[in-house]
Design a protein around this ligand. Sequence first.
Ligand code: SF4
Length: 160
Amino acid sequence: MANKKLRIGWFTFSCCEDSTIIFTELLNDHWQEWKKLLDIRHARVLQDKNVLDELDVAFIEGALNSQKQVDMAKEIRSNAKKVVAIGACACTGLPSVQRNTFPEKEAKEIKPLVKKFNFLPKGLKLAEAIKVDVNVPGCPMDEKVFLNALDSLLKEFKII
Ligand code: SF4
């Protein structure tokens, strides 16, 4: 029987996707080791065929700006045993939800755009919409913290 692998998904909401780039760079260095340990079920940046089913861990980058994104985050949460917030935007909202900090005049000026794109009145960090188990801070994410978090999860799920 094949060895058990950690079933993971990598998801991106409102952000610049720099942590995704870090993740793909890390794959360059670790793919030989990770291909034996990780079953990548969902990662649009890496593959065409993606499924959202019974994940052990969902890694989520970016902040949430619309109800559609909140609903998607909830769907990911309901399909994942653990959720890891990746990068400052997911962990704290900023810098992606900078509009939340605009003074009244600027906030009024962007109102038509907020309406046009069907955005929520305020952008949200991930934990404002769903339960987050692990935070990997940094802008972009701190590589060492990510690798430590991955290592802990591999141990927790008894993959290593
Ligand atoms: S935390 Fe920084 S690097 Fe990551 S998505 Fe946000 S702005 Fe980009």
